[in-house]
Ligand binder design. Structure first.
Ligand code: ATP
Ligand code: MG
Length: 254
């Protein structure tokens, strides 16, 4: 099992607030790695550190053995780390298909100019990209609604489209920030199978922030628990569920 992401002593403070405090962990290739904790525990901030949206106060992290701390977000994304957001970020005025295509253009080889000139390599690549886009739409169950405006989709569909858009970047690591938020019970239920399918078809490693306990417990290989920015537990779902510090953190937050 090879380590794909390694975090060492990550810290981030906002003024006097220690949002992420000395967090260290490693994620293995192919793993679904859960990140849980009460509201304000620092989960999203940790994602922001890994994706370069928020600079670290101290500590470091590496990806495939290379230090990537301090790289700008587009460079980190370009290396193969994609994410979705707690608050959905789609181009709501563009179609479902266009939302996927826009992400793909960030990683085509021949680039914008040969595309405009219609060069053969570019046309061939366009066809491949088009096929890939439909493959993604089929996986997220939206191929029948490709022409619809993203903003007109139901909430659960928008969440899946956001995952599709992240997959279009051909990531090796996918960070999902509360993918089940706002979904109804049936959508939450089917999300588990969907995330497994994503891992199998796209061979991605996943980091998953989620409050919906059955989803986290059923899906994650290991779970890291944060509380006030600090790690209070790390282990497999059964161990974490019985951990006294975890139980207290959640009861305290009730
Ligand atoms: N840009 C910022 N400036 C100031 N404080 C921030 C900033 N971002 C986050 N925080 C604070 O850092 C702490 C951790 O926030 P974070 O969003 O990471 O929590 P979370 O675990 O994702 O919570 P939730 O489950 O509610 O999404 C909170 O107290 C939050 O108010
Ligand atoms: Mg959050």
């Amino acid at each position: 099992m090879s380590v794909i992401i390694q975090a060492d002593g990550l810290c981030r403070n906002f003024g006097g607030l220690q949002a992420v405090d000395s967090v260290s962990f490693s994620v293995n290739e192919g793993e679904i790695f859960g990140l849980i904790g009460p509201n304000g525990a620092g989960k999203t901030t940790l994602f922001n550190l890994i994706t370069g949206l928020t600079p670290v106060s101290s500590g470091s992290f590496s990806y495939q053995g290379r230090a990537i701390t301090g790289l700008p977000p587009h460079r980190i994304a370009g290396q193969g780390i994609a994410r979705t957001f707690q608050n959905i970020r789609l181009f709501k005025g563009l179609s479902v298909l266009e939302n996927v295509r826009i992400s793909q253009h960030a990683c085509t080889r021949t680039g914008l100019f040969s595309g405009i000139l219609g060069l053969p390599a570019s046309r061939r690549e366009e066809r491949e990209v088009e096929e890939k886009a439909w493959e993604i739409l089929k996986l997220i169950g939206l191929s029948g609604r490709a022409a619809e405006l993203a903003g007109n989709l139901a909430y659960g569909d928008q969440r899946r489209l956001e995952i599709g858009r992240a997959l279009a970047l051909q990531p090796k690591v996918l960070l999902l920030d509360e993918p089940a938020a706002g979904m109804n019970a049936a959508e939450k239920q089917s999300l588990t199978g969907f995330i497994r399918e994503v891992r199998e078809l796209f061979h991605v490693t996943m980091l998953l922030i989620e409050h919906h306990v059955p989803l986290v417990m059923g899906l994650c290989d290991r779970i890291l628990v944060l509380h006030f920015g600090s790690m209070i537990a790390l282990g497999d779902p059964a161990a974490v569920q019985q951990d006294q510090a975890v139980i207290e953190a959640y009861l305290g937050a009730e």
